[in-house]
Write a protein that binds this ligand. Structure first.
Ligand SMILES: Nc1ncnc2c1ncn2[C@@H]1O[C@H](COP(=O)(O)OP(=O)(O)OP(=O)(O)O)[C@@H](O)[C@H]1O
Ligand code: SF4
Ligand SMILES: [Mg+2]
Length: 325
């Protein structure tokens, strides 16, 4: 399998200034030596609680932020080395689908204008007629049919699900190879989610797209993803095939996430300690210890003395935890 994205020791710190005269600074290590490989024609799920660094990794892979350390290859080339022309091509070949279909579309711009903009930026050679045809074809791909009835609508005239379809259409119209979908269904009504997830799966199956699917909902992530990586305080703590991660989670943090999946059993007690979506109490300052040491029921001295190696403990199943040394 060929890789489309490879991150190598990617580290990103945010420095924030606080207090009187903004003299106090604090540093958050949002990404801490992240190594992931995303394959062509794969949906790679990234899960973790709020603040774990998921969006930051998505932005880094699209070169929408600068890094403190590390490199990210796209088809083997470090995207942080790309010069103007190559960067322009990279922008065409990578796109993002945002969480909020309400704020990601300009309310005073028609759907036609919104969806056609990437084409007009990246394919100036196309005639207006060709652009219209391509917009119609793309709206149909995302299930907005008959497409011509949507062209002159404004976002306010559409439902949340329809707006997210427009967001997807905007992302795919320039025929990107790789898409970051950042919590694309978390703001939608549950009844609309499956349709949007199926559109994303079809982008992979029918149009050969590769994708990083970010979510704090492990059930949704499992539904769309071929593999899943679990992130905690800026570090990838577990990675493997989706089914394997759900059936055989190894890292104590992943086990907690899986335990928090609701099952229809009135007698089951929920582990509400750390359901994805809650904000982590701890910020990562890049200490050389296990990122989960402060919460882990199995913590030992060694967990605070060094960061556990990220090891392949079963075929294609990686975990960073001393329990598997
Ligand atoms: N622009 C920024 N300035 C300062 N700190 C930031 C910035 N962006 C992110 N952070 C911090 O970096 C960490 C990771 O944030 P990030 O948004 O990547 O998390 P996330 O996993 O996407 O969370 P959520 O599930 O809430 O979207 C958090 O501690 C966050 O506060
Ligand atoms: S390395 Fe130690 S603290 Fe970290 S998850 Fe494993 S047992 Fe828990
Ligand atoms: Mg986020």
């Amino acid at each position: 399998m060929n890789s489309i994205i490879e991150t190598n020791q990617v580290t990103k710190e945010f420095v924030t200034k606080r207090g009187f005269l903004k003299r106090t600074t604090s540093t958050t290590r949002a990404l801490d030596q992240v190594n992931v490989t995303i394959n062509e024609n794969e949906i790679f799920g990234l899960i973790g609680e709020s603040g774990s660094g998921k969006t930051t990794l998505g932005l880094a892979i699209l070169r929408l932020i600068d890094l403190n350390q590390g490199k990210i290859n796209f088809f083997g080339e470090n995207i942080y080395d790309l010069k103007k022309r190559q960067l322009f091509n990279f922008r065409e070949k990578t796109q993002m689908i945002f969480q909020d279909p309400y704020s990601s579309l300009n309310p005073v711009v028609t759907i036609y204008k919104s969806v056609s903009t990437p084409l007009k930026v990246f394919h100036k050679e196309m005639s207006e007629e060709q652009v219209v045809d391509k917009v119609i074809q793309t709206l149909e791909t995302v299930g907005l049919t008959p497409a011509d009835q949507f062209l002159n609508k404004f976002p306010s005239q559409m439902s949340g699900g329809q707006r997210q379809r427009v967001g997807i259409a905007r992302a795919v119209i320039s025929d990107p190879d790789f898409i970051v979908a950042d919590e694309p269904v978390s703001m939608l009504d549950v009844s609309l989610r499956a349709d949007i997830l199926n559109i994303l799966i079809n982008l992979k199956l029918k149009l050969n797209k590769s994708m990083m699917f970010i979510s704090h909902d492990i059930t949704v992530t499992q539904y769309v993803s071929d593999r899943i990586a679990v992130m905690h305080l800026g570090q990838i703590v577990e990675m493997g095939e989706s089914g394997e991660i759900i059936k055989n989670p190894l890292h104590p943090y992943t086990k907690t996430l899986i335990d928090s999946i609701p099952v229809p059993d009135p007698n089951k007690k929920w582990n509400t300690d750390e359901i994805g979506g809650q904000i982590s109490e701890y910020t990562n300052e890049g200490k050389n210890e296990c990122s989960y040491a402060n919460k882990c029921p199995f913590v030992k001295d060694v967990c605070r003395e060094r960061r556990p190696d990220f090891k392949e403990v079963e075929k294609n199943h990686f975990v960073a935890c001393v329990l598997y040394d």
